[in-house]
Design a protein around this ligand. Structure first.
Ligand code: FE2
Ligand code: FE2
Length: 303
């Protein structure tokens, strides 16, 4: 698996959806679980600029190769979220994309600022911060593309298969960048390997956690991966990440699935009740009106 930043810069572009049969989206049904996953995935794709805001304050960004990658990566991820939103709208689920994104962000509240500050401080205190960040990037991209593959399989929806198949190609390139960059950083650097492993074992959380609650993360994990093939795919993610220097036999995604199962055994209905209740709307926070955070006003306000 190779990656060339020069080639990536030349070839990076908005997701090509030419020929996607948008007009037949309604002709094939989706389960509540499929819809739950699509909302989750859309929200996380749309959250990428905020993940980026965390990275741009760290010293990892002293590296021009990394910033070139992030500039293209952020743009590509934008179109993943946009197109999943379009798909849901065409399926008949009505929401305003901008309102939804603003609400997701507003719900983070003060915690987001604390998180930016601690990431910034951590990166300047910890010389090998980049190794951790790059490894997490590799895990997240690999998990995302594996999740899309699982949703293609679960849903059996031909248009969704076509759309997600195209997105998966982008995610593979993202994974290649993060994985190769993490490997370069970790090879022959035992201290970085120790820091990376320690942080992943203790600080890492599945992609989307923080924006989504533990129960939402579990609902998605169990819907997509709680069968023989799904579990195998998660073990395969761990095995691939375990090929990074110092991360031999690490358990991340499989552990997340086993912990989700444990929570369900203690609390039957956990996760599944969100799917059954179609709990995918995002309400604005009670205390900080979104308008005040975005400074946007309705068109009538100007008159
Ligand atoms: Fe994406
Ligand atoms: Fe990606």
């Amino acid at each position: 698996m190779s990656f060339s930043i020069e080639r990536y810069k030349e070839e990076s572009k908005k997701l090509d959806t030419a020929g996607v049969a948008w007009d037949t989206v309604m002709e094939h049904g989706l389960s509540k679980g499929d819809l739950f996953c699509l909302h989750y995935m859309m929200d996380i794709e749309n959250h990428v600029p905020l993940y980026l805001s965390h990275l741009l304050v760290t010293r990892a960004c002293m590296d021009p190769i990394l910033t070139a990658f992030l500039a293209c990566w952020n743009y590509e991820e934008l179109w993943h979220g946009e197109n999943i939103g379009k798909f849901l709208n065409l399926y008949g689920i009505e929401f305003d994309t901008q309102d939804r994104i603003a609400n997701v962000r507003a719900n983070l509240g003060f915690q987001n600022s604390v998180s930016i500050l601690s990431t910034m401080a951590g990166s300047w205190l910890l010389k090998d911060f980049s190794a951790v960040y790059l490894s997490i990037g590799a895990i997240n991209e690999l998990t995302t593309l594996t999740g899309y593959g699982a949703l293609i399989r679960k849903s059996g929806h031909p248009v969704l298969k076509d759309l997600l198949g195209r997105i998966i190609k982008d995610e593979r390139r993202h994974f290649a960048f993060y994985f190769n960059s993490a490997k370069e950083w970790l090879i022959g650097n035992e201290k970085a390997q120790r820091v990376d492993r320690w942080m992943l074992d203790r600080v890492w959380v599945p992609v989307g956690k923080g924006v989504k609650t533990q129960e939402e993360v579990d609902a998605l994990a169990v819907y997509l991966f709680d069968d023989e093939q799904g579990e195998e795919e998660l073990l395969e993610i761990d095995a691939k990440i375990g090929r990074l220097p110092g991360l031999d036999r690490i358990r991340l995604m499989s552990k997340a699935l086993y912990e989700a199962r444990e929570r369900i055994s203690r609390n039957p209905g956990w996760g599944q009740r969100l799917i059954d209740n179609e709990a995918w709307a995002v309400a604005p926070p009670k205390k900080s009106p979104v308008g005040a955070l975005t400074t946007r006003r309705a068109a009538g306000d100007y008159l």
